[in-house]
Design a protein around this ligand. Structure first.
Ligand SMILES: *[C@@H]1O[C@H](CO)[C@@H](O)[C@H](O)[C@H]1NC(C)=O
Ligand SMILES: *[C@@H]1O[C@H](CO)[C@@H](O)[C@H](O)[C@H]1NC(C)=O
Ligand SMILES: *[C@@H]1O[C@H](CO)[C@@H](O)[C@H](O)[C@H]1NC(C)=O
Ligand SMILES: *[C@@H]1O[C@H](CO)[C@@H](O)[C@H](O)[C@H]1NC(C)=O
Length: 429
């Protein structure tokens, strides 16, 4: 009896082992669109945190926090921004892990599973950068800590690209760097063979302390990729660029729920996710970003010119809707009790306040509306019920960064075929 059961189990296992590779291969060939979930990073230090979100986006784009900004604007009397995170570190930075950095600075709130050479990692899908990089076993054990690190020696499909390297650095000198290779990358069941993957051999502390994020999948244009062959830039194709021609449509969409979780879909636009027709706006792909003009905004139904009118980029790796400062100022002037708070680094207001809808122009032909009830980002202080808004100002940085606050209200399609963005208004909740 025992041996019969054993035989049965072994037969079953054998069937699974032999069936799996074949079925994966078949699916890989036939599938013309696929989905990948975007899940909450359970190891995120604190959940949504306004100050951390603000610092992360300022750091990522190397925007300078102006100490005297809030004083000049007349919002506060004589206080300075208490955080110096976006300023160059005194040491000039150190990728081996000694840069003093807030653990929340790089913390990704949301992650998606990616298979690299048979190893599953939790990566941050980032339409604001173009490197696919991950923690590797070439890092010191104390840097790997609780991360899943890619072990190239255990992948039968990994090939090292001799002499090549990559490096991402931020304004404060922190960042990540390492070696380069190619491997089979599977996302949502679809395989790309020979995908360039970048192995971190040095990461700064802020990445280490974000314990659950094993790396990034860059989804901006390939010309921003940081790989070099030791003497010159040799930008590598992103996963999206590699998979694009095998898809039904050369697109991916970000479909986020109000809580920020959701799904990335490649190859297809699900028309049940938005109302009416999608509006398409060409992007300035030569910048490397999904970048477009945005010279107008609306509060409720009232439309205004944005006096600064900086270009905007669509960034799934940023939590906030970071608008030109005058736009944020105008918006919060309509919110009772709102104030620009130096300590927190952005606009806060009583959590009970009614927030008006805001719309931001996407190119010349579309206004992306974000309902007021979707703008709250985080509670700053539970004791006095102060909240931090998902719309914030860029302190005159000259670029607007449209992140999750927008994606929760808009179904956005990134079209690599004709280099455009499609926008559809999600139904109100
Ligand atoms: C910020 O930097 C300035 C000088 O650059 C320094 O005087 C100040 O103490 C710093 N503030 C904090 C909170 O570290
Ligand atoms: C960088 O970190 C290493 C290892 O901890 C340390 O020995 C070195 O002094 C640091 N360099 C700088 C410039 O801080
Ligand atoms: C890009 O492609 C979409 C989808 O096929 C199409 O509807 C749109 O008109 C095109 N947009 C531009 C700017 O070419
Ligand atoms: C509530 O708490 C925050 C953070 O501690 C503080 O900055 C803010 O001034 C307080 N607001 C009120 C209205 O007391």
């Amino acid at each position: 009896m025992l041996s019969l059961r054993f035989f049965f189990v072994v037969t079953l296992l054998a069937a699974v082992v032999f069936a799996a590779p074949a079925s994966v291969r078949r699916r890989g060939l036939q599938k013309r669109s696929f989905k990948v979930p975007r899940q909450l990073n359970k190891a995120h230090p604190t959940g949504p945190n306004g100050m951390a979100a603000m610092r992360k986006v300022f750091r990522k784009y190397n925007f300078v926090v102006k100490d005297d900004f809030m004083v000049k604007e007349g919002f506060i009397s004589n206080t300075k921004l208490s955080q110096n995170a976006t300023k160059p570190a005194a040491t000039g930075g150190n990728l081996t892990g000694t840069v003093a950095a807030n653990p929340e600075q790089n913390a990704a709130l949301f992650l998606s599973p990616v298979d690299v050479g048979g190893q599953t990692l939790n990566l941050d899908f980032d339409s604001g950068s173009s490197d696919l990089w991950m923690f590797s076993t070439d890092l010191p054990a104390q840097s790997i800590a609780q991360h899943t690190a890619f072990d190239a020696s255990k992948s039968t499909t990994f090939k090292k690209t001799e002499g090549s390297q990559w490096k991402i650095t931020y304004g404060d000198g922190s960042g990540a760097a390492g070696t380069v290779g190619t491997d089979t990358v599977t996302i949502g069941g679809v395989k790309v063979e020979g995908q360039t993957v970048e192995l971190a051999t040095a990461v700064s502390r802020s990445f280490i302390e974000d314990t659950n994020t094993d790396g990034l999948v860059g989804l901006a244009f390939s010309n921003l990729n940081t790989v070099n062959d030791g003497t010159k830039k040799t930008p590598q194709k992103t996963f999206f660029d590699n998979v694009m021609n095998d898809l039904d449509m050369p697109v991916f969409t970000a479909d986020l729920d109000p809580d920020g979780t959701g799904v990335y879909e490649f190859g297809k636009i699900d028309a049940t996710k938005f109302e009416g027709e999608m509006t398409w706006i060409p992007v300035k792909a030569d910048t490397g970003f999904w970048q477009f003009p945005s010279t107008k905004f609306a509060i409720g139904d009232q439309v205004f010119e944005n006096p600064q009118g900086s270009d905007a980029i669509a960034d799934t790796g940023t939590s906030l809707l970071l608008v030109d400062q005058q736009v944020a100022d105008a918006y919060y002037s309509q919110v009772k009790g709102a104030q620009l708070n130096a300590e927190v680094g952005g606009f806060i207001y009583p959590c009970a306040a009614t927030l008006p809808d805001i719309s931001v122009a996407i190119g010349d032909t579309y206004m992306a509306k974000i309902p007021g009830n979707q703008i709250n980002f985080a509670t700053v202080d539970k004791a006095n019920m102060t909240c931090f808004g998902g719309v914030q100002g860029n302190q005159g940085a000259g670029l607007q960064i449209f992140g999750d606050t927008m994606f929760k209200a808009q179904l956005v399609a990134f079209n690599g075929g004709n280099q455009s963005l499609g926008f559809g208004q999600k139904p109100l909740r």
